[in-house]
Design a protein around this ligand. Structure first.
Ligand code: ATP
Ligand code: MG
Ligand code: MG
Length: 554
């Protein structure tokens, strides 16, 4: 809708279109580096880039920004494609690799040398840093800055041909060593690096730097608006410089927006990789990870993630979004579409002494009160049932409306029951309740109008299936685990209770047919889905997507 894209980026685009700056379609790109799995921050960039293109009847490319061979891998390429598709976006036939442009980028570099705008520098990395100066001090010219064009062309070609060791020489843009912007102080645009590239193998031993490769990749693909995160704001003069010095027509325009930060998690691929490598989590798709694959396994829907990205909007200043907003989005989505079922996570056996031994009744229970078309299902009831341990208290506080000795409670859609006595094991723990039911209260109301405040869920013991349930909490105990002011590492804030595994949970039989693609509301408990990695026929494992209670204050 119009409203969705009334943000400052769309304003810029509107203006460009009015002035016909591009005289063509809006063309954006999503440019991940295939050095890790995508996370929810990337989802924001994906929704923004593909969303802007859709809204303006334009195009959006998927481009792998693979100019740094040492960290990149085809495993990541594949996961990225899967995640973008799963989020609901389509790049059509416009999937590119920056590495496809290595030849052209090399030619552009030669062109810059010919224009006297780039030179081969023999300073070491440390020396370059030293010569660069600081924010308060201008830099010094490299002693190699005035090499002739011929010498530079010769050396650059020999760099490419592998005549020099790694790190011995670089190609630098010749800009201004006293620029107030450090990025403009003769930045390195090519380096020597012998590393096998995931696509070009060992063809190249020199690789272009991001600031050189990115504007030119954008240009080569006909990108009109190159949307990136705020940390590149200081790089924009260099982005523009490269395109201007090469005298390229219709240059793309870089626009920066604030990256998404979420509390109680980390979002840098380097940190996520560490969590995976050091075994803090069960892979990139661990349901506690903020990765798209983790959220998918956790049970998030693409719709809820897109909704989240739209809600948080696009800003020009960094901020931290409460994880509760994300949870709110999935809760709202699942409330509309999740089938309701009864499960008992921490079972307490209840024997209904006055219920006939062999009798089984079936109650018609609605599948989703929010969705009239979802219909009803038959749920069996019998003499022995399970209820949640927390629904009974021997010594209840005031206002405890669930089951107590002598008290009465409503079994959801079934009967009123009253507890008469408890059975304890040798440790004094309650293991069984003895109750009586009121046959007149069938369906959950008594003809005498008797008030029963509490309603609890239940599962018939003889019909129940056993399931395993995994409850997830925040992976970190600190709101900002990346804040290292106290000399701590983010891994020091790992939440030891972020995963709770419950075995021997009891579920109504209908869950035997649970579908990997479905999510369920376990009545009074939360939203759950099958774990796509470990759940098997005969040993079903459910992940808690999110609890029922909305903690996000609107
Ligand atoms: P990381 O810091 O996690 O390694 P990155 O920016 O290096 O992230 P890229 O693969 O280069 O990862 O990201 C692809 C695109 O996604 C870039 O345009 C980047 O700006 C954007 N992006 C990455 N993280 C976020 C975020 N947290 N919020 C919004 N956009 C992001
Ligand atoms: Mg990047
Ligand atoms: Mg990165």
């Amino acid at each position: 809708s119009k409203k969705t894209y009334s943000n400052f980026i769309q304003d810029i685009i509107n203006k460009d279109m009015e002035e016909n700056t591009y005289g063509q379609k809006v063309h954006t790109r999503f440019p991940p580096e295939p050095n890790g799995y995508l996370h929810i921050g990337h989802a924001k960039s994906i929704c923004l880039n593909f969303g802007i293109a859709q809204y303006n009847n334009g195009l959006c490319n998927l481009r792998f920004d693979d100019t740094n061979p040492s960290k990149e891998d085809t495993e990541y390429v594949e996961s990225i494609m899967e995640d973008v598709r799963w989020l609901g976006f389509d790049w059509g036939d416009r999937m590119y690799y920056a590495s496809d442009y290595f030849d052209k980028l090399y030619e552009f570099a030669v062109e810059l040398i010919k224009k006297g705008k780039a030179y081969v520098c023999d300073l070491s990395a440390d020396e370059i840093r030293e010569y660069r100066g600081t924010l308060t001090q201008p830099g010094k010219n490299s002693p190699y800055r005035d090499r002739t064009v011929e010498e530079n062309l010769d050396l650059f070609e020999r760099m490419k041909n592998g005549e020099f060791p790694d790190g011995s020489r670089v190609l630098r843009a010749k800009i201004d060593m006293s620029s107030p912007n450090l990025n403009m102080r003769d930045p390195v645009i090519y380096r020597i690096l012998r590393a096998t590239h995931h696509r070009t193998g060992d063809k190249w031993c020199i690789y272009p730097m991001y600031d050189f490769a990115h504007p030119l990749s954008d240009y080569l693909e006909g990108i009109t608006h190159s949307i990136c995160t705020l940390e590149f704001e200081d790089h924009r003069p260099l982005y523009d410089w490269v395109l201007r010095e090469l005298e390229l027509r219709n240059p793309p325009k870089q626009i920066e927006f604030a990256r998404l930060n979420l509390n109680y998690t980390v979002m840098s691929k380097r940190k996520l990789l560490k969590l995976v490598k050091e075994g803090y989590v069960d892979g990139w798709d661990d349901p506690r990870m903020p990765t798209i694959s983790g959220l998918r396994r956790r049970g998030y829907t693409p719709e809820s993630i897109r909704d989240f990205c739209n809600r948080i909007g696009v800003a020009k200043a960094d901020s931290i979004v409460d994880i509760g907003v994300l949870e709110h989005c999935i809760r709202e989505d699942l409330n509309k579409r999740a089938k309701r079922v009864m499960t008992v996570l921490r079972p307490l056996k209840v024997v209904i002494d006055n219920y006939p031994d062999d009798m089984v009744e079936e109650f018609d229970i609605e599948n989703n009160p929010e969705d009239l078309e979802a219909g009803t299902r038959k749920v069996p009831f019998s003499k022995v049932i399970y209820i949640e341990k927390y629904d009974f208290m021997e010594n209840p506080p005031k206002k405890f409306f669930r089951l107590t000795v002598g008290g009465e409670v409503r079994l959801k859609n079934a009967y009123f029951i009253k507890c008469n006595s408890v059975v304890k094991d040798e440790n004094g723990e309650i293991v069984e309740l003895h109750c009586t039911y009121d046959p007149a209260s069938r369906g959950g109301e008594s003809p005498d109008g008797r008030k029963v405040k509490g309603t609890i869920h239940w599962v018939s013991a003889q019909h129940a299936i056993d399931i395993e349930v995994r409850l997830y909490n925040n992976l970190f105990t600190a709101a900002n685990p990346s804040d290292d002011t106290e000399g701590k590492e983010f891994t020091d804030y790992i939440n030891k209770d972020s995963l709770e595994v419950l075995k021997g949970c009891k579920a109504e039989r209908s869950l035997l047919n649970a579908d990997l693609k479905e999510r369920y509301q376990f009545l009074r408990t939360g939203y759950f889905c099958l774990d796509s990695k470990y759940s098997k026929e005969g040993s079903l494992i459910f992940n808690r997507v999110v609890g029922l209670k909305d903690t996000w204050a609107k």
